[in-house]
Design a protein around this ligand. Structure first.
Ligand SMILES: Nc1nc(O)c(N)c(N[C@@H]2O[C@H](COP(=O)(O)O)[C@@H](O)[C@H]2O)n1
Length: 389
């Protein structure tokens, strides 16, 4: 079991052009040109500065892009910097059925297709040598996509579309910057695809209460290019939902069989969409050694892709050393891939002199958030022990 941090996820730029009525294409089969020649050149310069360019299957089929750096001097400059001529070309697809004559396959540079695990074998058979195919777990979790790219050395990712892919990364709070070219015309068709369309059950962290920061506005002929710092979901902030879930964990801690030698702790693991994955409490199920976090983690499928973006709520700081088990809870949490830990109460020096659970988790790359306002409630469940410390 390792506490190594995961390689840093790449920074993410969404680059798009839209009409003044918010469409990124029209409903006709041919590609609608929104950008001007000057703007296409700006995008080419951007491509040359990135390690990878990503599009979804819809864009691949509708626009049939090559995803190349077109300008020869820019390609030469990349090579002089020790980079491949073109950034890695990445397609995010839900299933197979990618035409063999797509221009992407005929163009230069390495290609990577990311798809749910269930589609990988079929895509490998379909694509052969045209592209490497890698699984992203049960679905298309954008955090796992970034982890897969980070593992291939990608530090800067440019997402070119389409709308569903824009929304996928934006609502996950994984976008650093948006560059949006505004084309001076209307599409005027409700059937035409729009920029970052709504996604059922997902919210954009860049809402009216959390406005993005304007980084610049550039006139390019009759277009204007807007640059915004997109708001990443702030994992270190305590939300109302965090408080509700910690209260649930405190309720669970009241279920613990009484003990004079161990704390009563409750834990809940929650997916990014708010779904509860598992919960547990100390000494659950007649095991007088099991910890709350350990019990909850023991109920999950460790291949569940939701774990990467899940939060574990524990009423007490996860333990850093154990006498009765080989792995402390801080280690089990990171081994499960959970990156956000919310706790109510730091462990006092009663059973161990200096619990290092928070430090261990942070060293391993997790975001640890405390809710001091609930510490007293979590502690009160253990009042019979704490009065001794
Ligand atoms: N986080 C947490 N949950 C529980 O349910 C607990 N009982 C504890 N206790 C702490 O875990 C460490 C020792 O574990 P062992 O008794 O050796 O298995 C120590 O830090 C206890 O205070 N923690």
């Amino acid at each position: 079991m390792s506490l190594e941090p995961h390689p840093a996820r790449p920074s993410v730029l969404i680059s798009a052009a839209m009409s003044v009525d918010g469409h990124i294409d029209d409903a006709a089969p041919e590609r609608l040109l929104l950008s001007s020649p000057e703007d296409f050149d700006r995008v080419d310069a951007l491509r040359a500065a990135y390690d990878a360019i990503l599009v979804g299957a819809g864009t691949l089929r509708a626009d049939d892009p090559r995803l190349e750096v077109r300008d020869e001097a820019r390609r030469a400059a990349r090579v002089a910097r020790g980079l491949p001529e073109h950034p890695l070309k990445v397609a995010l697809v839900g299933h197979g059925g990618l035409a063999a004559d797509l221009r992407l396959w005929q163009s230069g540079g390495a290609k990577l297709v990311l798809a749910p695990d269930a589609a990988v074998a079929g895509l490998r058979a379909e694509l052969g040598e045209r592209a490497e195919v890698v699984g992203t777990g049960a679905g298309l979790d954008p955090a796992r996509v970034l982890d897969a790219l980070a593992a291939r050395g990608v530090r800067r990712l440019m997402v070119e579309g389409g709308g569903a892919i824009q929304s996928l990364f934006l609502t996950a709070g994984l976008v650093d910057e948006i560059q949006l070219a505004l084309a001076p015309f209307f599409v005027g068709d409700a059937a035409a695809p729009r920029f970052a369309p709504p996604v059922a059950g997902a919210v954009f962290p860049q809402d009216a209460a959390h406005r993005m920061t304007l980084l610049g506005a550039q006139s390019l002929g009759d277009l204007v290019v807007l640059r915004y710092a997109a708001r990443r979901a702030d994992a270190s902030r305590v939300t109302t939902a965090d408080v509700d879930r910690m209260r649930l964990a405190i309720e669970l801690s009241r279920e613990c069989p009484a003990s004079e030698t161990a704390y009563s702790v409750g834990a809940v693991i929650v997916a990014a969409d708010g779904t509860e994955i598992a919960c547990g409490f100390s000494r659950e199920g007649g095991d007088d050694k099991v910890h709350a976090e350990e019990s909850a983690l023991g109920k999950i499928d460790l291949t569940d892709p939701r774990l990467r973006t899940a939060t574990i709520y524990s009423t007490l700081e996860p333990c850093s050393v154990r006498a009765s088990r080989p792995h402390p809870c801080a280690e089990l949490i990171r081994a499960a891939g959970i990156g956000r830990v919310v706790l109510a109460w730091r462990e006092p020096a009663l059973f161990v002199a200096d619990c290092q659970g928070v430090e261990l988790l942070e060293q391993a790359g997790a975001t640890v958030v405390e809710i001091p306002a609930l510490a007293e409630e979590a502690r009160a469940v253990n009042a019979h022990l704490v009065s001794r410390s």
